[in-house]
Structure formats: C-alpha cells, structure tokens
Design a protein around this ligand. Structure first.
Ligand SMILES: *Cc1c(COP(=O)(O)O)cnc(C)c1O
Length: 402
C-alpha cells in the first residue's frame, strides 16, 4: 500500500505545500480535477487496484530495481561509498513508468478512453504509450518540434507502441510548449480523456499522485541499504526537472536524518535562456496550474530555458520542491552541460553504465561531493534512466571519432 508519512501530511486538502501548489486552472476544469482526486483517493485504498499496480511493477517493469554499489567509481573518487538506485534498468529505461502505469490504471478505473500528455525527451511519452498499451487505452502525445528532432528514436518508439504523436511548432518548440499544447487539447475533451502528467507538476492532485506512485523508489532503497549497510544513507542525490525521480527517492526518508540534494541544470551559463535552474535563479509564480518557483520575466511569463538534457528543460518545478527549498529540507544545487557530459563519459568508462544525460547531472554532484567524505559515508544517487537515447547526441557533441 502507498501510505502517507506521519510527518509529511502535505499537501493540504486544497493541494498546497505551504504557499506552493494549488489548482490554478480555468474554473471549468475544476470538476475534472476533482474527479481525478476522488478516483485516486479511492483507488489507493482499494486493495484490488493496488495489487494490479504492484503486480505490473513487479512482473512488467521488473521491480524492485537493484541498489548497486559502484565500487570502481567510489574507489576512483576516493571518498564516500556510492550506490546507484538502478531505475535505468526498468522496462522503458527510466523511472517514469512507475507513475505512468498508475495513471493508466486510474484512467481505466474512471472509464476514460484515451491518455493524453506532453513529453520532453520523449521518455514520458514512451512510458505513457507503454502504459496505454498494456492497460488497453488510446494514447496521444504532444512533443516540441526541436525535441522530436533531438530524440527521434523515442518518436519512433511511441508510434510503434500505437500512440499518436502531435508535433508542436509554437514558442520555443520544447517541453513547455508541448505542455501548453496538450493542455489545450485536454480542455476540448476532458470527458473521455485522462491527462497523464509526466512529473510531480501541474495542478493538484497530480504532484501528490505522481509522488505517491514514484515513492516506491525510496521505499525499496531504504530496505536495500539497510540490508547492505545495516543503516540509512548519509546523503541522497537526484536530478530535478519537474522533480519526480527526486521526490520518489526522497519521500520515504523525509523524516530521517538524511541529507538530500537536488540538482538542477545550469546549462551553458547562468544567463537567461541558457539554463533551467528554476529554484536557484527563479522566483515564485504561476505555471501549468500550480504556484511554484519559476524562471520568469518581469511580466511573469516563463523564460526560455536550456539544458543538454531535454528531460530537465523546464522553467517550473514541482511545488513540493519549492516548499522543501524554502524550508531547507532539501538543498538545491546546479550542474552545467559540460559537467553532465563529463559525468556521462566517466560513468560509461568506469562502471560500464551509460546514464541518461538527466541522471548525469546528479552524477556531476556526486563527483563533487564524494571526495570530501570519508569512506564511512554512504551516498545514494537515483540513476533515473539509461543513456541509450543520448549516445548519438553525445558522440557528436564531444566530436567522438565514430
Ligand atoms: C524525465 C526524466 C527526468 C526528469 O524528470 P523528473 O520529474 O525531474 O524526475 C530525469 N531523468 C530521466 C531519465 C528522465 O527521463
């Protein structure tokens, strides 16, 4: 069963984490959100629903994912013991399948015919199209034209999985524009459609629901590290785009004495438009149905963003992270494109694991922190996805002779 933490009763009934979150949507969408909230509240207390979900996680996704001691990397960095939570080994290659399966099962429970969503790197689109396929629903994915070119294999995958892919040519033609486009489509037909958001973002109940579905990551990690080390870890590290893999790892440990670090992309530089370091450089504002830290101009319009990792390329962030930033429960730092690329290459060579460029941002922080610790310290990083999708792009970028 997914259970709420005693010390973490957030969000409140209206979906607020302190001042963040809420349901900043047109009034005509409130009933649709209430329908999702009610269905979710009843589903999570329904053992039949939860058993179906858990059996898919086990037999279809391949959970529990291993907790791997990275002996070579730990030795090379010469400090803390480094463990990876291997979400890259999940079916479809990332953590997102954990919540898309939950969303698809919920859509089926509500009698919806179609799953609809945006995608950035294509990872969410693939994960949702996969969930639609196994659960037996139609699927429509909106994707920025630039992302479609950059992540072509994922476009092919989505189509093979039976999804309709809608190319978004507006704005910066990236993730933010895809969200706007998919939201517009949802407004047209929310009767027959379930919006499958790709992270812990959007209006309530999505940040809560996606967090709960992802919290399996932290629950497994806690058991696994107790078995391997006989104690809790000292630090947890994860990259933050919308924040779902980070909160998935952190949630189970929020009441424990464990340091948590979220890593945002500082891209090419800290100049506007060249990064997506939302909490580091943004200010609270409204985006995509929630109040949260936001990279915005003087008028409150979202700024263009950049990251080498499409999955981190978002000007907002999940409201729970905004709350944890202000309350200082989690420390948020940045890693640049260059640092992520170096980390990507290092892990591939040293451990034989090609990480997603998103996960490589978390790894860049591990590389900075681990040498400052003694060998009695334990760091766990969420290896949120595998890098197969990124190899051609990286090879070209570093001018590898291939
Ligand atoms: C989408 C994605 C992310 C970023 O999304 P979060 O919601 O912040 O977790 C990170 N890693 C991988 C591999 C992804 O596909």
């Amino acid at each position: 069963m997914i259970q709420k933490k005693s010390n973490n009763k957030l969000p409140d009934k209206k979906g607020y984490y302190g001042q963040y979150g809420g349901q900043l949507v047109p009034p005509e969408l409130i009933p649709a959100l209430n329908e999702v909230t009610e269905a979710y509240e009843s589903a999570r207390n329904d053992s039949v629903f939860m058993e179906e979900y858990q059996s898919l996680l086990r037999d279809y996704v391949g959970r529990p994912s291993p907790l791997f001691f990275a002996k070579n990397l730990s030795k090379q960095l010469g400090g803390a013991k480094i463990y990876f939570k291997r979400e890259d080994l999940n079916h479809t290659g990332a953590h997102k399948i954990n919540h898309t399966l939950g969303e698809a099962l919920l859509a089926k429970r509500l009698g919806k015919k179609r799953l609809l969503a945006e995608t950035g790197a294509g990872q969410h689109g693939v994960a949702l199209a996969t969930a639609a396929s196994i659960v037996g629903l139609k699927c429509e994915i909106h994707m920025g034209a630039i992302d479609m070119a950059k992540q072509h294999p994922n476009v092919v995958r989505m189509k093979m999985l039976g999804a309709k892919v809608v190319k978004v040519e507006s704005g910066g033609r990236c993730l933010k524009d895809a969200v706007d486009s998919a939201f517009g489509e949802y407004m047209q037909d929310h009767k027959n459609t379930f919006f499958g958001i790709g992270s812990v973002v959007g209006p309530h109940p999505y940040p809560m629901m996606v967090r709960d579905f992802q919290s399996v990551v932290g629950r497994e990690t806690k058991e696994q590290i107790k078995e391997k080390e006989g104690r809790l870890p000292d630090e947890l590290i994860a990259c933050v785009g919308g924040g779902s893999n980070a909160i998935g790892l952190f949630y189970e440990f929020l009441d424990d004495k464990v340091k948590m670090v979220g890593v945002e992309p500082s891209g090419k530089s800290f100049k506007p438009g060249e990064h997506a370091a939302t909490m580091t450089l943004g200010k609270p504002g409204g985006i995509h149905g929630m109040f949260t830290y936001l990279l915005q101009d003087d008028k409150g319009e979202p700024l263009p963003v950049h990251s080498i990792a499409s999955g981190l390329d978002y000007p907002g962030v999940g409201p729970a992270h905004s709350y944890f930033k202000d309350s200082e429960r989690v420390e948020y730092v940045t890693a640049s494109d260059k640092e992520a690329l170096d980390a990507f290459m290092l892990l591939s060579k040293v451990e034989g694991i090609i990480p997603a460029l998103e996960s490589a941002h978390a790894l860049a922080e591990v590389i900075k922190r681990a040498p400052n610790h003694n060998r009695d310290k334990v760091i766990i990083m969420n290896l949120s996805g595998r890098g197969d999708k990124d190899v051609d792009f990286v090879a070209e970028r570093i001018k590898m002779d291939v």
